[in-house]
Design a protein around this ligand. Sequence first.
Ligand SMILES: [Fe+2]
Ligand SMILES: [Fe+2]
Length: 206
Amino acid sequence: MDKVNFTQMKDGTKEEYEFLTAHEIDHTKHTAHRLLKALVDLDESLSGYQITRLGHSVQSATRAWRDGADIDWVVSALLHDIGDIYAPYNHDEYAATILKPFVREQCAWCVQTHGDFQMLYYGHHLDGFDQHKRERHAGHPYFDDCAEFCERWDQASFDPDYDDLPLEFFAPMVEQVFARKPYDPAVIRAGEREPLTNTSVAAERE
Ligand SMILES: [Fe+2]
Ligand SMILES: [Fe+2]
């Protein structure tokens, strides 16, 4: 079989669906590669800043890496703005949806809400924006983590003179994260928190 016969899903056979499932599994193996390619496409978006979206993404990940953050944090920092390509009005939720099956819940939540937290840095300059929008998440167990994510890695990463690591440096980490079993409770670790910084790991990485 190289393609199915049905034209309506309700007419498909067991063999056809098994064939399609095998194809889908093969397709999912290349998710990391497609995401890395999408990051390069980000390079063309959002002019006006001193660095491109790709530069911002790589710089966020580089800062996370140099802070001694674990792989879930580093990959989340790298991909946190990937939604800018197709979802300019909810880019945070879009990125979180991609990450959710493969990273700790803590990290996915921070990516999902980072747009609200980032407003702290610019909301007061623009009409119709609430600088303190993040307060709607007050009391959430990951509130402080998202505040730190934005302060250390997101809002700080627009510097054209910062010594970024290359995207290729992060590729194996993206491959590793997206090769995980999706929604594995041992990865999601619901309710658990890991620090964003680890000084001894950071020292080893220097
Ligand atoms: Fe963002
Ligand atoms: Fe960002």
